[in-house]
Design a protein around this ligand. Structure first.
Ligand code: AMP
Ligand code: MG
Length: 349
């Protein structure tokens, strides 16, 4: 992890454009490590393969900011699939082990989400990710036979989990990847941590995964822009929200091209190929960042129709903004009055 001490505004603007939800409209000024009570204490850090920024408000904001960095660093070192010393790396190498509190929680949580989403969220996706080369320097379209061989391990049906001793045993060929949930979980953890410092207002942007604590210090909502998944410079809409997580998933976030075809990093566990669900992005708004992150990935895989049914079964748990590949924008009913857009959009009821 690299601490960024001096980052100019131009660079920050570039980052804001690169992320799924941008803070261009947040009205939150402080860049760098300032401790002005009006602008809050801000900082930036590169971790989990992405730029993260935060602004904290409160008497103990400086003290809390140091702990925020430590917590991000700790979780990055724990959950990375590529860092040779990470818990997940070692777990995948050894095909099992006793899980720490964080990974045991994430394991349980991910398995629950997999059941709920009928396998669309698959924490066992790692062998497939590896064949595609995501997370590595070079990506490529894998050999079809090689994909067929690893696909049966993705559902982790043969993994053995002992709740009491937190012992996980993976079958030969299986491996886990918490990439679809790690940033949302980090946001959730930071929220819990900041409570201990009495921080009532904060904005944390973990590479486009936003976790808000309370409102802006003046009591108004934060304005979170949703990136245009087609690459347009203006956001497709803006959410005026407080005290929630806002998390986007989309093929535009990470991809490569081969033979004129674009291949992205969100895999349909049923095929082993990048999900082609007709959705360009899914943004989830929920109190719980862990849930929002897992759902954003899963609903992107499911596609609009299944995602709508899924929301209708639990309309109080989360809200969503969908952008289809044709550029259609749809929001769930709970975002009426919260979402604004210069474009036309439909409301799902
Ligand atoms: P996100 O940006 O939250 O949608 O997460 C994408 C990341 O989740 C990928 O880079 C993979 O590490 C992992 N991933 C890809 N496909 C899936 C899937 N179907 N279920 C769970 N995690 C996935
Ligand atoms: Mg996700």
């Amino acid at each position: 992890m690299k601490r960024i001490n001096r980052m100019n505004r131009k660079m920050i603007r570039k980052i804001a454009l690169a992320v799924g939800v941008s803070l261009a409209f947040s009205g939150c000024g402080g860049i760098g490590n300032s401790a002005n009570p009006n602008s809050g204490v801000s900082g930036e850090v590169y971790a989990m393969d992405t730029y993260m920024t935060y602004t904290l408000y409160g008497d103990r904001a400086q003290e809390a900011a140091d702990e925020v960095l430590k917590e991000i660093e700790r979780l990055d070192a724990l959950l990375s699939t590529e860092q040779a010393q990470s818990e997940i790396y070692i777990l995948n190498q050894n095909k099992g082990g006793v899980l720490s509190e964080d990974t045991a929680f994430l394991w349980d949580y991910s398995r629950r989400i997999s059941d709920e989403t009928q396998g669309a969220f698959a924490v066992g996706i790692y062998p497939v990710m590896k064949l595609w080369g995501f997370g590595e320097e070079k990506q490529q379209v894998p050999d079809e036979e090689a994909l067929k061989e690893v696909l049966p391990f993705v559902d982790l049906a043969k993994a053995e989990w002992t709740e009491q001793s937190k012992l996980l045993t993976l079958p030969e060929g299986a491996a886990v990847d918490f990439g679809g949930i790690a940033k949302g979980y980090t946001g959730y953890r930071l929220r819990e941590l900041l409570k201990q410092f009495g921080i009532e207002h904060a904005l944390i942007n973990l590479g486009g995964n936003v976790q808000l604590i309370g409102s802006k210090p003046d009591g108004t909502s934060y304005r979170i822009g949703i990136k245009d998944p087609m690459g347009g410079a203006s956001p497709v809409g803006v959410l005026s929200v407080k005290d929630v997580a806002v998390i986007s998933s989309g093929g535009y976030e990470r991809y490569f091209e081969e033979g004129g075809i674009r291949y992205h990093h969100i895999i349909d566990p049923a095929t082993g190929y990048p999900a082609e669900s007709g959705l360009a992005s899914v943004t989830i708004v929920a109190e719980d960042g862990t849930l929002a992150d897992a759902y954003s990935t899963a609903l992107y895989v499911m596609g609009l129709d299944k995602a709508c049914s899924f929301w209708r079964e639990r309309p109080e748990t989360f809200q969503a903004v969908f952008v289809t590949e044709e550029g259609k924008i749809l929001i769930t009913k709970g975002l009426e009055g919260v979402f604004t857009s210069p474009s036309k959009y439909e409301t799902i009821k």
